[in-house]
Design a protein around this ligand. Structure first.
Ligand code: APR
Length: 237
């Protein structure tokens, strides 16, 4: 049966109240990327970087999945083939929406840019669940003389699970990109890999992204409206 790969970005969580990055009130308007989202920035000022992610981690307690996250969870359960959600987002809204539906064979979720609710040992690289603040003197559970960093992929670092993602793109018959501006690679190049695999390509976004011309099908509007409508059409074919 046909497999589906779905790429999501900050736009799918916007209506849940999670800020996007490049909107006029986005995260990158209040902070310099170099200061808070690079290994060099962390090296130079660990307290500043930890605070930036502590604030975003705390904010997750105030937000909830929206109809778009839930529509993708429904698709994962009801679609007869494999469904892989690859998110650039570090929030846990997809995870929570998936937890609301039955565990389903062939329904996967990959956080290619890491997760706010995980921390990584600065010594061993091991990763653990982490819901509290991380301070520069927080001791790693994996090594007494090490601390923790956010389990976030910073600029200049390799995104996670790229081999799994590339294999899924090479065999998918449908690729859907939701809520992403197409500014950041390798995610922005996934549509080209899907086209090479002969997949049908769909963009669901508030407005046309940088890569909009690469998509055969495009629907624009708020994710909580256009994503459930798209899933409904797909499942009722
Ligand atoms: N519904 C659908 N799309 C929306 C909505 C909404 N309610 N609100 C905003 N969008 C769209 C915007 O039009 C924009 O195209 O979501 C996209 C958000 O773009 P960015 O802010 O650039 O976020 P994203 O594409 O996820 O950024 C990619 O860049 O900084 C890095 O690691 C960070 O994962 C992030 C990556």
């Amino acid at each position: 049966m046909n497999s589906i790969v779905i790429l999501t970005g900050a736009g799918i969580s916007a209506e849940s109240g999670v800020p996007t990055f490049r909107a006029s009130d986005g995260l990158w308007c209040g902070h310099r990327v170099e200061d808070v989202a690079t290994p060099e920035g962390f090296e130079a000022n660990p307290a500043l970087v930890q605070d930036f992610y502590n604030e975003r981690r705390r904010q997750l307690r105030e937000v909830a999945p929206n109809a778009a996250h839930r529509a993708l969870a429904r698709l994962g359960v009801e679609w007869p083939g494999d469904v892989l959600v690859v998110t650039q987002n570090v929030d846990d809204l997809h995870d929570r929406a998936h937890a609301e539906v039955p565990e389903t064979e062939g329904f996967g979720l990959i956080h290619m840019h890491g997760e706010l609710l995980k921390a990584r040992c600065t010594e061993t690289g091991q990763v653990c669940d982490w819901r509290d603040d991380i301070r520069p003197d927080t001791v790693s559970p994996f090594s007494d003389d090490a601390t923790l960093r956010p389990h976030i992929v910073w600029f200049g670092e390799m995104p996670l699970a790229m081999h799994v993602i590339e294999r899924a793109l090479a065999k998918c018959s449908l690729f859907v990109s939701i809520g992403t501006s197409g500014n950041v690679y390798p995610a922005a190049g996934f549509v080209s890999a899907a086209r090479r695999a002969g997949a049908h390509t769909v963009e669901l976004n508030l407005e046309p992204s940088l890569g909009q011309s690469l998509f055969e099908e495009r629907h624009y509007g708020p994710a909580t409206e256009i994503v459930p409508a798209f899933v409904e059409r797909l499942l009722s074919r």
